[in-house]
Write a protein of this length. Structure first.
Length: 374
């Protein structure tokens, strides 16, 4: 039996209903994992091949790039997508899942990928992976997800101009796209060009600094602008650096403050807004006006006045410990049943009053009275 198990005749047999029934309730992958962690019929796991510490900035937020070799069940990814990473934390004895953008160029099934991760103060998984991950260690993966992707290739006959605006670790999905274009032969043919505008807290905090310098010096029609320290994104700078930005497809990813400024510059114009593609690391805060009503968590018998925060935050404020993963509305780990009331999704602004409805409490706020089965 080889590591290409998922694509073999044996792999198809292991995915059959008969074998699944025999392996119940644990599933066939639980037994394969005991024999060889790189054998899988359905699940995706990955072995850490290399850990490279990128930098350790003055604010104590180190960054590391992890190169991963997935099992043969990995279906590959498009540049700009993210993956859910599950880690068994030794201190807690629990498996925790977080979402990280893939920083390497697009991959084919079974190929290696790279994740460039910043260790956030509140991020147990990110801190563990950056400071403690070692070659040979196994992690759990989802298949690649996300629509923050480029729908053209280096060989596409188009004169499109591309603009990337990123901040902090929001650079990672944009770098995946840029690396893919350059790997696949992008050379500015047919008048195409790429503008890469990135904001970092300091030069020491700049991720991929050496690689970006090489890209900027090469003859490839990629223009790189790095802004450090107190530089703030503005309409004026956008017009100065990219005079034809109204006719330019734009990808933006970064912290909430930067994203709010970018949205203000783009969303006032319907035609311009259609040019913008965004990715958030944290859900945007949506002003809902004065919070009214009461929130009750039925199973625990607790409740309080509605503060206007997300249901996850309100539950935690009452001492509850509901399950969660990404806190961004991506991984669905926090899905709970709302038994009554009206809620608003902070990502879309959509409201719903359906009874007995499954909601993601990390990106959902109550509108008036609300009851949740927690």
């Amino acid at each position: 039996m080889s590591t290409t198990l998922a694509s073999t005749v044996g792999g198809r047999m292991l995915r059959s209903r008969v074998v699944a029934a025999l392996a119940s309730p644990h599933g066939v992958d639980r037994y394969l994992e005991l024999v060889n962690p790189m054998w899988a019929a359905e699940e995706v796991r990955a072995r850490v091949v290399d850990v490279r510490r990128e930098n350790a900035d003055s604010d104590g937020a180190p960054v590391a790039t992890l190169t991963l070799q997935p099992t043969s069940t990995w279906r590959g990814h498009r540049a700009g997508q993210y993956v859910q990473v599950g880690v068994d934390l030794p201190d807690s004895g629990k498996r925790m899942t977080r979402c990280f953008s893939i920083s390497s160029a697009s991959s084919l099934p079974g190929e290696q990928i790279a994740l460039t991760i910043r260790a956030h103060d509140e991020g147990q998984v990110s801190k563990y992976l950056v400071s403690q991950a070692q070659p040979g260690q196994m992690v759990h993966l989802s298949q690649a997800e996300g629509e923050f992707t480029l729908h053209e290739s280096a060989a596409t006959p188009t004169n499109n101009h591309l603009l990337f605006i990123t901040g902090g670790s929001g650079i990672t999905p944009a770098m995946s796209i840029l690396r893919t274009l350059l790997r696949d032969g992008y050379d500015g043919r047919a008048g195409r060009k790429v503008t890469f505008l990135h904001y970092a807290r300091s030069a020491e905090d700049q991720i991929f600094a050496a690689e970006l310098a090489e890209i900027a010096e090469a003859d490839n029609d990629v223009t790189v602008h790095l802004r450090h320290g107190d530089h703030v994104f503005s309409d004026f700078e956008l017009r100065r650096l990219v005079p034809d930005y109204r006719d330019t497809d734009t990808w933006a990813c970064g912290p909430a403050g930067l994203m709010e400024l970018i949205h203000s510059a783009y969303t006032a114009d319907e035609v311009l807004s259609a040019r913008l593609r965004t990715e958030f690391f944290k859900p945007p805060r949506v002003a809902t006006g004065a919070a009214e009503g009461d929130v009750s968590f039925d199973r625990s018998g607790t409740g309080a006045a509605n503060t206007g925060a997300t249901l996850l935050e309100q539950a935690e404020a009452l001492g509850l410990t509901p399950e969660f993963g990404c806190r961004m509305g991506i991984c669905f780990s926090c899905t709970s049943r709302k038994t009554e009331g009206t809620v608003r999704n902070v990502l879309t602004g959509a409201e719903s009053s359906l009874p007995d409805e499954d909601i993601q409490i990390c990106v959902t706020t109550p509108v008036g009275d609300c009851a949740v089965d927690l």
